[in-house]
Write a protein that binds this ligand. Structure first.
Ligand code: PFF
Length: 440
């Protein structure tokens, strides 16, 4: 059963692909606006607590399930439990994947447009005072739809070729480069007049801002950013070799992903205060604030080209991993070719992405964009994570779980107990409480 399944070639490839999945628009686009609309520093603190208490253990649960079963969604549940009763979790994951693909490709399309504008020098021509209006005109029209479809076509090309070769190679170069570019932008932001205000907003917690909704959103953001709760890491780990140390890899993903989100905050918030904008601006935040910085920087067109290119590539490595959940599902369950699966995913998503994109214009009243974003991250992914932890903690054979955690790596007893305890008790109870409290 497992001998035909593709595998990642190298250890570095595993890290690059999984970190590539985690690091994306969630860190650089979604984190700053979620943080900005939900109280800044207090949100960040709750977020970090969730990464370590709930996020990293859930990554381990997904890894154990995927590598043990060597299947994606929902086959992994079926193999590990020997019955079909848990399949519903897999179908929830497929639904979440389609929702994420729909709105993610819209934002991915925006990054492509910004790359184009950097090449043509348009950034420099538009005065900062007109930025908001110009952006709103763009996102509400058909040009944004066209870019979303271009983004999906690029995704299609990579999907068809398979994840391993293209993604492993691209991620190996792009992920470290993204860090370097982010650090350069951080240094630039720290010299802005609004730096002190921005950093205070990001790092100084004001606990009066912490409501149950803020806590739910922090959990949703952690799961979205770590690509959890919808089988992405189950699917990827079904391609891991037995040499991949699962717990170590889980910590590497959690720490690197959080670091990128914080760096993105350090870039954005000083600029927000410098340019007199509102941190609670919402999904358009990064796309309005960053061009203001580029506008005033020497060589701004080159910087903006580089930044949005990296953002596009970071989002591409993420969207490929979302697509892979559905492609693996279609190939495994219906025995169709990867190419046919990729065509189906792309065709359906082109329609739903168009509806999401037009949510900023003619379909404003429907607002599918925000609806898909909210439902997938805050409901489906958190519930999916809960289901996976309950399954791995209570239904999967504990010797199978332990075997996966310890395979080819030295894991001290306390660390294993921490991970196993979190998966069995802390994650199910924590996610359930946060979820119910947030909804009420
Ligand atoms: N983690 C990605 C990001 O932060 O942009 C988004 C994502 C990728 C979500 C893969 C879900 C997923 F399965």
């Amino acid at each position: 059963m497992s001998h035909k399944r593709a595998q990642f070639g190298t250890k570095l490839g595993v890290i690059a692909a999984t970190v590539g999945s985690a690091v994306g628009l969630g860190n650089i686009w979604r984190f700053p606006y979620e943080c900005g609309t939900n109280g800044g520093g207090a949100f960040l603190l709750v977020y970090i607590a969730f990464v370590f208490l709930l996020g990293i253990p859930t990554i381990c649960a997904e890894f154990a399930l995927g590598r043990h079963s060597r299947k994606g969604m929902p086959g992994s549940f079926r193999i590990a439990s020997c019955n079909k009763r848990w399949d519903f979790l897999g179908y929830g994951a497929i639904l979440a994947a389609f929702m994420i693909l729909s709105f993610y490709s819209v934002v991915g399309g925006w990054t492509l447009d910004y790359i184009f504008d950097s090449c043509t020098g348009l950034f420099k021509q538009i005065p900062n005072s007109d930025r908001h209006q110009q952006f709103m005109n763009f996102v509400s029209g058909w040009r944004a739809v066209a870019w979303a479809i271009v983004f999906l076509i690029i995704n299609f090309v990579v999907m068809v070729r398979g994840v391993q070769k293209g993604i492993e190679k691209v991620s190996n170069v792009m992920t470290p480069l993204l860090f370097v570019i982010l650090i350069v932008f951080c240094v630039n932001s720290l010299f802005m007049p609004g730096a002190a205000k921005g950093l205070t907003f990001l790092f100084k917690p004001d606990f009066s801002k912490v409501t149950t909704d803020v806590v739910l959103r922090a959990l949703g953001q952690a799961f979205f950013s770590l690509s959890l709760g919808m089988g992405c890491l189950v699917t990827y780990s079904s391609y891991f070799s037995d040499n991949t140390p699962l717990i170590k890899t889980a910590f590497q993903i959690g720490i690197l992903d959080t670091l990128v989100a914080i760096l993105a905050g350090v870039v954005i918030f000083p600029a927000v205060f410098t340019y007199g904008m509102q941190p609670a601006e919402g999904p358009t935040l990064v796309f309005e604030v960053l061009p203001n910085i580029f506008h005033d920087m020497p060589g701004g067109n080159i910087w903006s080209f580089l930044f949005f290119l990296l953002l596009a590539l970071a989002s591409l490595t993420s969207i490929i991993s979302v697509s892979e959940v559905v492609v693996a599902f279609l190939c495994d369950e219906f025995k169709i070719t990867r190419k046919r699966a990729a065509i189906i995913v792309t065709a359906v998503t082109c329609v739903t992405a168009t509806l999401c994109s037009l949510s900023f214009g003619p379909l404003k009243s429907l607002n599918l964009f925000n609806l898909f974003d909210y439902i997938s991250a805050n409901i489906l992914m958190t519930l999916g994570g809960l289901g996976i932890c309950v399954f791995v903690g209570w239904r999967m054979k504990s010797e199978h779980f332990e075997q996966q955690m310890r395979l080819n790596s030295h894991v001290p007893g306390w660390l294993f107990s921490y991970i196993a305890g979190c998966i069995r008790y802390v994650c199910p109870v924590g996610i359930f409480i946060v979820f119910i409290a947030g909804l009420l």
